[in-house]
Design a protein around this ligand. Sequence first.
Ligand SMILES: Cc1cc2nc3c(=O)[nH]c(=O)nc-3n(C[C@H](O)[C@H](O)[C@H](O)COP(=O)(O)O)c2cc1C
Length: 207
Amino acid sequence: MGQWGRLSRMDFQDVVRRRRMVRNFDPRPVDPAVVARILDNAVRAPSAGFSQGWGFLVLDTPEDVARFWEATTPAGAGVDAWSAGMRRAPVLVVPLSCKGAYLDRYAEADKGWTDRDEARWPVPYWHIDTGMAALLMLLTVTDEGLGGCFFGIPPEQIPSFRKAFGVPEDHTPIGVVALGHPAPDRRSPSLKRGRRSADEVVHRGRW
Ligand SMILES: Cc1cc2nc3c(=O)[nH]c(=O)nc-3n(C[C@H](O)[C@H](O)[C@H](O)COP(=O)(O)O)c2cc1C
């Protein structure tokens, strides 16, 4: 235990090890104080130039959650096993990235990229930073003994998603964090791939 006492509900290493994507939920609501902690932790994420060009759309009523699924499910698509479980999540948080906030921030005097040229960016930091915030949410979800899953919105459904929730064009949803009390779920077939070990992916000194 550190100087400040134990702030976390779980040991940090347990949070990292136990975090996994949960794809079925008990529809019991989540304590709003817990949702608030998850969002407070999201905004602790690092960001390039401290731009913080992100936004978080929280859908935590049955009506809003239903509207999300209606807007993002392709026409004619049925409710398969994946969506049946995911639709039971009582809370959805959509993290959105805002490229313009980064271009504006880096055009300031201390950065000086006044041409706002996107070629200056090694990778789109606006998505990176918003992804870091999403990971902090997932870790907090685990720390709270809840389950969460990050998933994508199909690109062709993004216009209807924007329309349903009045999301402006300068914000891009990078995905969705579904969260709630976990229910028994099926192991993802992707996990059959096995986790690549650090030895396999780490290159020391030279690639
Ligand atoms: C960027 C990203 C997109 C993902 N999209 C989906 C998705 O659309 N649907 C889904 O069920 N899981 C999705 N996942 C979860 C991955 O399948 C999962 O993280 C991976 O299989 C490893 O499992 P674990 O997170 O439970 O350890 C996504 C994860 C990431 C990081």
